[in-house]
Ligand binder design. Structure first.
Ligand SMILES: Cc1cc2nc3c(=O)[nH]c(=O)nc-3n(C[C@H](O)[C@H](O)[C@H](O)COP(=O)(O)OP(=O)(O)OC[C@H]3O[C@@H](n4cnc5c(N)ncnc54)[C@H](O)[C@@H]3O)c2cc1C
Ligand code: FES
Length: 340
């Protein structure tokens, strides 16, 4: 009997990975993991348990047309009380996780392993789990966690910059704002060994199976989740599709990890990059302007999976540009770094 990893993603972004036996329906597999997804009839007739299987192979037992039309089935809508996984799957549910969970998202006590300035405004924070026996977080590349700010009661959201297979050290790129709770911590107080809590994972912004060319737009530390995605692509050999990455920063001194991006090219990713800074300096000979000014029709010709990450105005400008050109919103994945 085969077992598969099934990732459940809820509307609020909380996600949980369970191991599902192919004999079990997804509903049963959830119950075995103490997750109560919404169900009613249990016969494929009411659609209460409906979700959207973003990725993976599956079979459905008995479903009525009223609960799942042919069109919905073609779009990979699924009735999870009738669904059996036939490979690893990702299923999104259109309601908040609190309806399915009695417990808070999992959290891990960690310690700071390094905090290094990598550009004029960006710090890389590396943390390690203290309890190395505990299960590591199961996240998808692109997702984020809540980090506590040491010495305060506050938490802030940060995207993993490392890939899921790398469960020793977790890396985050944090922009130090002039005034901000986490910003002040990374700029001034962070010490190796500080205790810090990581809770999650969360987020709908994760790498889909690359089946067509990929366009990424990263504003500032919005590059972090893209790094996680690149490392994952290399680890899994999912490097057949070209990736065009547009990077934006306010000034050239804010740019970071350009050498690492170059390294990805020699590791098999078909990566091309372009950079725009809002204000160049005397040494800057590249593009100036907002990163969205680098978007061009040729990048989205045919079909492309688009990933946008960074400050809200950047995401909104990119989404409008894409919508005006008729790009299917299902192909556009975005993470706004709103103040948390
Ligand atoms: C899903 C998600 C993922 C994210 N991932 C990342 C990431 O990978 N990297 C990253 O750098 N950021 C990320 N962010 C943003 C991050 O969560 C924080 O919002 C950001 O780092 C600022 O946190 P802070 O504690 O330094 O600032 P905060 O203390 O939250 O302050 C935020 C803003 O409010 C202003 N402010 C603070 N106090 C006052 C005051 N008293 N009066 C007026 N204004 C004030 C500050 O100047 C600052 O501009 C993410 C956000 C989300 C939602
Ligand atoms: S619970 Fe009614 S269709 Fe699944």
């Amino acid at each position: 009997m085969s077992k598969y990893n099934v990732t459940l993603v809820f509307e609020d972004g909380r996600s949980e990975q369970i191991l599902a036996d192919e004999e079990d329906t997804i509903y049963m597999a959830c119950l075995r993991n103490k997750i109560r997804i919404l169900v009613d009839c249990m016969e494929g007739a009411c659609a209460t348990c409906k979700g959207h299987c973003v990725e993976g192979e599956y079979d459905l037992d008995d479903v009525s047309d009223e609960a799942l039309s042919d069109e919905e089935a073609a779009q990979r809508e699924v009735l999870t009380c009738q669904m059996h996984a036939r490979s690893d799957c990702i299923i999104e549910f259109p309601y908040e996780s609190r309806l399915a969970f009695k417990t808070d998202p999992q959290s891990w006590l960690c310690k700071v392993a390094a905090c290094e300035q990598v550009s004029s405004t960006v710090y890389r924070l590396d943390i390690q789990r203290l309890d190395t026996e505990a299960e590591p977080p199961s996240f998808m590349p692109g997702q984020y966690v809540h980090l506590s700010v040491p010495g305060t009661e506050e938490t802030r959201s940060y995207s993993f910059a490392n890939a899921p297979h790398d469960s020793e050290t977790y890396s985050f790129f944090i922009k130090a704002l002039k005034h901000g709770v986490m910003s002040d911590y990374v700029r001034g107080r962070a010490q190796v060994g500080d205790e810090i809590t990581m809770a999650g994972p969360f987020g709908h912004f994760y790498l889909r199976n690359p089946e067509c060319p990929i366009v990424m737009v990263a504003g500032g530390t919005g590059l972090a989740p893209m790094l996680s995605m690149f490392d994952h692509m290399i680890e899994t050999g999912a490097t057949t599709q070209p990736v065009h990455l547009l990077i934006g920063a306010n000034e050239p001194t804010e740019l970071f990890h350009l050498d690492v991006l170059e390294g990805y090219k020699s590791k098999g990713i078909l990566l091309t990059t372009e950079i725009a800074v809002v204000e160049g300096d005397a040494d800057w000979s590249g593009e100036t302007g907002q990163v969205t000014s680098l978007l061009r029709q040729e990048l989205i010709e045919g079909s492309a999976d688009v990933y946008l990450c960074g400050p809200p105005p950047m995401i909104e400008a990119a989404e409008s540009w894409l919508a005006e050109r008729g790009v299917d919103s299902k192909l556009v994945h975005a993470e706004k770094f709103v103040p948390s």
